[in-house]
Design a protein around this ligand. Structure first.
Ligand code: ADP
Ligand code: FBP
Length: 323
């Protein structure tokens, strides 16, 4: 056990995601049990640069496991992209005698840690937190399950009104570059078509199908935000092939990022939070903790990549149900 660690810094970065607070609770609790103090930096890398930190206590965090968002707040930091910003962050860590750092965020956040490791040699551990689920080294990222649950709850509501009016609805779901939320929510609501960035045949199949749509029922299309075609273009093409359709576009937007974390995300937050501290105590550094095949798994930051492919099984499901 690494007994040199007395003070851990933690922060949340990039887009917030449900489950981040559960992870903060688990980190703090595990650290306390091992006699380690935890400070939380506010607003991601911005807090590191500005020395904006608060002491975390597990008894205060315990009841926040159920809460969405992140109590530490989060940010996308332009300043940390510059060496000058990273040098300031290093000064903050030294001034506060931080021995190790845990970051909860997406692949951008881990790239930031890799850049930071060039000038800072304390150990870093990452926890994957993004609703997009687009990070290698883990089956699920914190917040993905909650976001999909929010998406399906809302698309189900859209179906009610779509069916009442016999309308075509294009529903855009989040996923900056990835179709994970799209494919999962689309399958679960029984969408007539699902368009994701990882596939280029889905759009052609959709046009074929919607050509024959006879306006006697709803026609639901789920489009990932990251799909290069985009909801508006899809809409214009549908009107070309079938001019009679009554069509609406709904963008679910940031509601997918909020709300109480699902059971799965609360548990994931707790498991990854505990494992992050244990990894530091086992002298691990510059690794992301994840879950593969329901087993905890460590991946070095330089092997963590943005996932640009959905797996073979999901592709087969898309072909079977997606259009
Ligand atoms: N190559 C990099 N070097 C330094 N910092 C980076 C780098 N890439 C990302 N970051 C930092 O990580 C932050 C979060 O990344 P971002 O891509 O916005 O979100 P996420 O971590 O959710 O993918 C960025 O705002 C930036 O401050
Ligand atoms: O809230 P912002 O900054 O507009 O970002 C929106 C983006 O954040 C996400 O919700 C999640 O992105 P992260 O990987 O940064 O957490 C994307 O799905 C979406 O494209």
């Amino acid at each position: 056990m690494d007994s040199t660690i007395k003070h851990i810094g933690v922060f949340t970065s990039g887009g917030d995601s449900p489950g981040m607070n559960a992870a903060l609770y688990a980190i703090t609790k595990t650290a306390e049990v091992n006699g380690i103090n935890v400070s939380g930096f506010r607003k991601g890398y911005e807090g590191l640069i500005d020395g904006d930190l608060v002491q975390l206590k597990s008894h205060e965090l315990q009841k926040l496991t159920q809460k969405g968002g992140t109590i530490l707040k989060t940010a996308r930091s332009k300043r940390f992209l510059e060496l000058e910003g990273r040098k300031k962050a290093l000064q903050t860590l030294n001034a506060n005698k931080i021995d190790a750092l845990i970051a909860i965020g997406g692949d951008g956040t881990f790239k930031g840690l890799l850049a930071f490791s060039e000038i800072c040699d304390i150990p870093f551990v990452g926890i994957p937190g993004t609703i997009d689920n687009d990070i290698s080294g883990t089956d699920y990222t914190l917040g993905f399950d909650s976001a999909v649950n929010t998406a399906i709850e809302n698309i189900d509501k859209i179906r009610d009104t779509a069916e009442s009016h016999n309308r075509v609805f294009i529903v855009e779901v989040m996923g900056r570059d990835s179709g994970y939320i799209g494919i999962h929510s689309g399958l679960m609501v029984g969408a007539d078509a699902i368009l994701i960035p990882e596939s280029d045949t889905d759009f052609i199949n959709l046009l074929d199908k919607v050509k024959n749509y006879d306006s006697e029922d709803a026609f639901l299309i789920v489009v990932s935000e990251g799909d290069e075609i985009g909801a508006e273009f899809v809409s214009s093409k549908i009107k070309e092939v079938n001019p009679n359709v009554d069509l609406r576009i709904t963008k679910l937007g940031h509601i997918q990022r909020g709300g109480n974390p699902s059971a799965l995300d609360r548990m994931l937050g707790i498991r990854l939070g505990v494992e992050a501290v244990k990894s530091l105590l086992q002298s691990k550094k510059n690794v992301m903790v994840g879950v593969l095949n329901n087993q905890l798994h460590l991946t070095p930051f330089n092997e963590v990549v943005k996932q640009h492919q959905v797996n073979k099984e999901l592709h087969e499901l898309l072909e079977l149900f997606g259009t």
